[in-house]
Design a binder for this molecule. Structure first.
Ligand code: SF4
Length: 882
C-alpha cells in the first residue's frame, strides 16, 4: 500500500459497524498506518473498539484483487467494462429489465449506492437491486414505515446516556456495537440509578452491565412487548394527550394486548413471571426509557411485528422524540442507513420515497429518466431463488459475500452456478462468492475510496482516502458509472468525483420535499464536500436533532400508527433437536474478508465454534473442546464445542463469520432456512432447527507455520498470526504416512529435515521443521484436543536460535509463563495472566487488573470478559478460603 500524498492525519470513518466511529488515520514513513479514535467525532469522542483499533493491520495488499479478471485471466478495464455492459444489455433486450440484478452491501458508500440505484431503477427500468442490509435491518425499516409513515430513527446516541432505563432487545451491544456499549457503560457507572435490562436468549457479554436479564425463547419478544402494552394500559401509564393528538389505532392494539396477561407472557416466553413483572414495573415507572433493538429483533420471520410491538409501547407512553427516550434501532453495517437513504432496497425507489405514482413521476423528472421502475423488485431471498430458477440472466454482486451470508447458503451457491453471467466487485481475489464469478472487478477499499456513510443516529460522516489506489482497483461509483455510459446513459452519469454524486443526492432529497418527507439534506446544499463535518439529519443548526419531538409524523394525517400485533408462538426446543442462534463474535466482522487479515483480531476466536449448555453437552456425550457435527436436512457443519451455561438448554449458538477461506466446513448459514418476514422480506437467521452430535474425530492437531498451507485433513481452521498461520486440525483416521502428509500439505522441500517426537502410549505425535534456528512448522497431534498453549506456540514463529527439542516439547519452559487464551486483543493479554493478577497480585477490580496487566485499557471491548473472569476467580477464591 502507498500513502496518498505527503503523510498527514486524515479524518475518516470506521468501515465496520453502524455506530460509525470517527477515525484518525496517519500514514507512517515505513508504509504502516497509525489509527486512533477521532476525539471530535460525536459518535465515539475518541473511542474505538478492538476492530476499529486494528484497522491499520488490515490494509496489506496480500490477497487483494488488483486487476480486472475475466474467468481466470487478467483483463483491462476497457475490455471488462465492455463485456459487462454487453452481457447486461443482451439480457435486458432478450429477457427484459427484470432479468438482471444488482446485489449490494452496507459496505458501499452512499455515493456508490446512489449510482447503482439510479442505474437500475432509473435507466435499466428494474428495481432488482437489493442489498445485504436486507439481512440486517429490513424489519426495522418496515416497522418504522408502518408506525411513522417513514423510515426514521427518532433518537440520538446521547439518549442512551440520558435515559434512566435502557432496554436492550436482541442486541449484544458489547460485541456488536462496542463503542455504543462503552458509552452506555460509562454513563451507568456515573449514574448508579440508571437501569439496564437485557432481553436475549443468551447471557451474552452485554449482560455484564444488565440489572436484569430476561432470557426469552426465540421469537418471544412480541409476546413480551404486547404484554407490556397491556400492562401499561392496565396500570394507567398512558400519555392520553399524546395518544389522542398524535397517534391513531391504539384501541385495536390494546384490544389484542388485553389477551396477554403476565402468566400468559411468562408461559410463552419461558422467562420467569417475577422477572417480567419487574421489567414491566420499571418500564411503566421510568419516563426516560430507551429501547434499543438489533438483529435479535430484525432477523426473524416476525421481525416487523416485533419492531411495532416495541414502538407501540413508546407511543402509548408518549416516550418518543424527547431526551433520553424512544425506540432505537441500531444497524449492523456501517452504511445500512446510507443505503436506505438512497433507496438501495428493492422495495424503495429513492431518497426515502416509495413506488407511488407521484414519487415515480418526481424521481423520473429529477433524473430525467424515461424508464423509471414502477414496482418493487426482488428482495434478497427472492432474488437468489429467481437466480436458481434461471430467471436472472446477469447479476452483479458488490462488496458482499452472499454464498456465505445468505440463508440456505448452499442453495445460494447453486444459484450462482445456474446464473449465466456473474460479476463480482470486491477488494479480495478469493472469496466464496468470487469463486463463482465470470468477471471479477477490483474495487477500492477502505482508506483508498472516498465518500460518505450514515450511522445509526442519522449522522452522515465522510470516509476519506489516505492510500493510493493499488494496482488497477477503482471506486465502485466509477465502475458503475462506466458501465452506465456503455449502456448508453452517459448524460445521466457524468460524475467526475464522489462530490458530484453527493450534491445530486442532496438535491434529490430536497426536490419537491417541502417538509413532506423525513429525509431532506437541503441544509447541505452547496456544502464544500471535502470539508463536510459529521452531520446529523434533518440538517439543523442544533447539534441534537431528534425526530418527532413536535408530535408530527410522516403519515397523511401526521399521526403515528399503532400496529396491532398478534404474537407468534415462540420457538421451543423440540426433543432431539436444538434451536440454532447465530451472531457475531467480538473481533470479527461478517465473512472476515478484512478482519481475517489481522493476527490480533483472530486471537480471540481462531476457529468456528458452537456454544452449548453443559447439561445438553453431557447428555450428548460432547466433551469440551471436541468437535461436533451440527446438521439438518439442508447441510452439516463441523464446529468446536464450547460448553457454557451462558447458553440456555435446548438452544445453541454459532458465529456467522467462518467461510471456506478459513475453515473446512463452518458456513453456518448453510443450516438456516430461507424463511422470511412477510412484510420486510428479512430472513430469520437466528432460529434454525439443528441436530448436534459428536463429530467422531479420532485425532486432533494444532500447527503453527510460516506459510498458509493447503490442507487435506478432515477438519481444518486457519487464522493469521505474526509471522505466519496457526491452524486447528482433525482426522477421522490417522494419516498412514505422516512425512508424506506434511510435505504435501505444507509444500515442504523434499529434503526438509522433519524432527519428530512420538508418545506411542498416549498416541501423541509432534513434528518440527526448522531452518537456521527459525521455525518453519510445528505440528502437535493427539487423540484428545491438543492442549499445547496456542499463545506460546505462535510466539515460536518470531523467535531465533530455536532448537527442535523446545518446539517438540510442546510447552513453554518454566521461565516462560503461558499467558493462556487471548482476552485482550489490543495488548495480547491472556486469561492466565489475568487470573494470576487476581490470585497473586490481589487485583479485585477490572481497573486494578488493567493497571497490572494493561488488559482492557485501550479499546475496552474485553472489559465484560475481564469482569466475568474476575467474578469467577473471586468466587473460587472465596470457596477455597471458606
Ligand atoms: S464500534 Fe468499533 S466497529 Fe463499530 S464503528 Fe466504532 S470502532 Fe468501528
Amino acid at each position: 500500500m502507498t500513502a496518498l500524498g505527503s503523510a498527514k492525519t486524515v479524518k475518516t470513518t470506521c468501515p465496520y459497524c453502524g455506530v460509525g466511529c470517527g477515525v484518525l488515520a496517519t500514514p507512517r514513513a515505513d508504509g504502516t498506518v497509525a489509527i486512533a479514535g477521532d476525539p471530535d467525532h460525536p459518535a465515539n469522542f475518541g473511542r474505538l473498539c478492538s476492530k476499529g483499533s486494528a484497522l491499520g493491520e488490515t490494509l496489506s495488499l496480500e490477497g487483494r484483487l488488483l486487476h480486472p479478471e475475466i474467468g481466470n485471466r487478467r483483463s483491462s478495464w476497457g475490455e471488462v467494462l465492455d463485456l459487462v455492459a454487453a452481457r447486461f444489455r443482451e439480457a435486458i433486450e432478450q429477457y427484459g429489465p427484470d432479468s438482471v440484478a444488482i446485489y449490494g452491501s452496507g459496505q458501499l458508500l452512499t455515493e456508490d449506492y446512489y449510482v447503482a440505484n439510479k442505474l437500475m431503477k432509473g435507466f435499466v427500468g428494474s428495481a432488482n437491486i437489493d442489498t445485504n442490509s436486507r439481512l440486517c435491518m429490513a424489519s426495522s425499516v418496515a416497522g418504522h414505515k408502518r408506525a411513522f409513515g417513514s423510515d426514521t430513527v427518532p433518537g440520538n446516541y446521547e439518549d442512551l446516556e440520558l435515559a434512566d432505563l435502557v432496554v436492550l432487545v436482541g442486541s449484544n451491544l458489547a460485541w456488536c456495537h462496542p463503542v455504543l456499549y462503552q458509552r452506555l457503560a460509562a454513563a451507568k457507572a456515573e449514574r448508579p440509578d440508571m437501569r439496564v435490562v437485557l432481553i436475549d436468549p443468551r447471557r451474552s457479554s452485554t449482560a455484564d452491565i444488565a440489572d436484569l436479564h430476561l432470557p426469552l425463547r426465540s421469537d418471544g419478544d412480541s409476546a413480551l412487548f404486547v404484554g407490556l402494552l397491556g400492562h401499561l394500559a392496565r396500570y394507567g401509564q398512558v400519555d392520553a394527550n399524546f395518544v389522542a393528538q398524535h397517534t391513531s389505532g391504539a384501541e385495536a392494539a390494546l384490544l389484542l394486548a388485553e389477551d396477554w396477561p403476565l402468566d400468559r407472557v411468562a408461559e410463552a416466553t419461558g422467562a420467569a413471571a417475577a422477572d417480567i413483572a419487574t421489567f414491566y414495573d420499571w418500564f411503566a415507572k421510568t419516563e426516560r426509557t430507551v429501547t434499543v433493538y438489533s438483529q435479535g429483533v430484525n432477523q426473524s420471520a416476525s421481525g416487523t411485528d416485533k419492531v411495532n410491538a416495541i414502538i407501540n409501547c413508546h407511543l402509548l407512553t408518549g416516550r418518543i422524540g424527547r431526551k433520553g427516550m424512544g425506540p432505537f434501532s441500531v444497524t449492523g453495517q456501517p452504511n445500512a442507513m446510507g443505503g436506505r437513504e438512497v433507496g438501495g432496497l428493492a422495495n424503495m425507489l429513492a431518497a426515502h420515497m416509495d413506488f407511488t405514482p407521484e414519487a415515480i413521476d418526481r424521481v423520473g423528472r429529477f433524473w430525467q429518466a424515461p424508464n423509471v421502475a414502477t414496482k418493487p423488485g426482488l428482495k434478497a431471498v427472492d432474488l437468489f431463488s429467481a437466480m436458481a430458477r434461471g430467471d436472472i440472466k446477469a447479476v452483479w454482486i458488490m462488496a458482499t459475500n452472499p454464498v456465505d451470508s445468505m440463508p440456505d447458503a448452499d442453495a445460494v451457491r447453486a444459484a450462482f452456478e445456474a446464473c449465466p453471467f456473474v460479476v463480482v466487485s470486491d477488494m479480495n481475489a478469493k472469496t466464496d462468492t468470487g469463486h463463482h464469478a465470470h468477471v471479477r472487478l477490483p474495487a477500492a477499499g477502505w482508506g483508498e475510496k472516498e465518500g460518505s456513510v450514515t450511522n445509526s443516529e442519522r449522522r452522515i460522516s465522510r470516509q476519506r482516502p489516505f492510500l493510493a489506489l493499488p494496482g488497477k482497483a477503482r471506486p465502485d461509483w466509477w465502475i458503475i458509472s462506466e458501465v452506465a455510459r456503455r449502456l448508453g446513459h452517459s448524460a445521466a452519469f457524468p460524475y467526475r468525483t464522489p462530490g458530484d454524486i453527493f450534491a445530486e443526492h442532496v438535491a434529490l432529497s430536497s426536490f419537491e420535499n417541502d417538509g413532506t418527507r423525513d429525509f431532506d439534506l437541503a441544509g447541505l446544499s452547496g456544502a464544500d464536500y471535502a470539508a463536510i463535518q459529521p452531520t446529523q439529519w434533518p440538517v439543523r443548526t442544533k447539534p441534537s436533532a431528534r425526530m418527532f419531538g413536535d408530535g408530527r409524523f410522516f403519515t397523511p394525517d401526521q399521526k403515528a400508527r399503532f400496529v396491532p400485533v398478534v404474537p407468534p408462538p415462540p420457538i421451543r426446543p423440540a426433543p432431539g433437536s436444538f434451536v440454532l442462534n447465530t451472531g457475531r463474535v467480538r473481533d470479527h466482522w461478517h465473512t472476515m474478508t478484512r478482519t481475517g487479515k489481522a493476527a490480533r483480531l483472530s486471537a480471540h476466536y481462531a476457529e468456528p465454534f458452537l456454544e452449548i449448555h453443559p447439561a445438553d453437552a453431557e447428555r450428548l456425550n460432547i466433551r469440551r473442546a471436541t468437535l461436533v457435527r451440527v446438521s439438518n436436512a439442508r447441510a452439516s457443519v463441523t464446529l468446536r464445542a464450547v460448553v457454557t451455561d451462558r447458553q440456555p438448554q435446548g438452544q445453541v449458538f454459532a458465529p456467522m463469520h467462518w467461510t471456506d477461506q478459513f475453515a473446512s466446513n463452518g458456513r453456518i448459514d448453510s443450516l438456516v432456512a430461507a424463511k422470511t418476514d412477510p412484510v420486510s422480506g428479512q430472513p430469520a437467521l437466528k432460529m434454525a432447527r439443528v441436530h448436534v452430535e459428536p463429530a467422531g474425530t479420532r485425532l486432533f492437531g494444532f500447527f503453527v507455520a510460516t506459510q498458509s498451507p493447503a490442507l487435506t485433513s478432515d477438519y481444518w481452521a486457519i487464522a493469521p498470526v505474526n509471522g505466519g498461520t496457526r491452524g486447528e486440525l482433525a482426522w477421522f483416521n490417522e494419516p498412514e504416512d505422516w512425512i508424506a502428509w506434511l510435505k504435501e500439505n505444507f509444500h515442504l522441500p523434499a529434503n526438509a529435515s522433519i524432527k519428530t517426537f512420538n508418545d506411542d502410549r498416549a498416541g501423541r505425535r509432534n513434528f518440527a521443521v526448522l531452518e537456521d534456528g527459525r521455525l518453519i512448522l510445528a505440528l502437535y497431534t493427539s487423540p484428545d484436543p491438543v492442549i499445547v498453549s496456542r499463545q506460546w506456540a505462535t510466539t515460536l514463529l518470531t523467535k531465533t536460535n530455536l532448537s527442535a527439542s523446545v518446539v517438540l516439547a510442546g510447552r513453554p519452559g518454566a521461565d516462560t509463563p503461558d499467558p493462556g487464551a487471548t482476552v485482550c486483543s489490543c495488548f495480547s493479554v491472556g486469561i492466565n495472566t489475568i487470573t494470576a493478577a487476581i490470585a497473586k497480585d490481589g487485583c479485585d477490580t477490572v481497573e486494578a487488573i488493567g493497571h497490572c496487566t494493561k488488559a482492557g485499557t485501550n479499546c475496552g471491548s474485553c472489559r465484560p470478559e475481564i469482569r466475568r473472569i474476575l467474578a469467577s476467580a473471586m468466587a473460587s477464591l472465596s470457596q477455597t478460603r471458606s
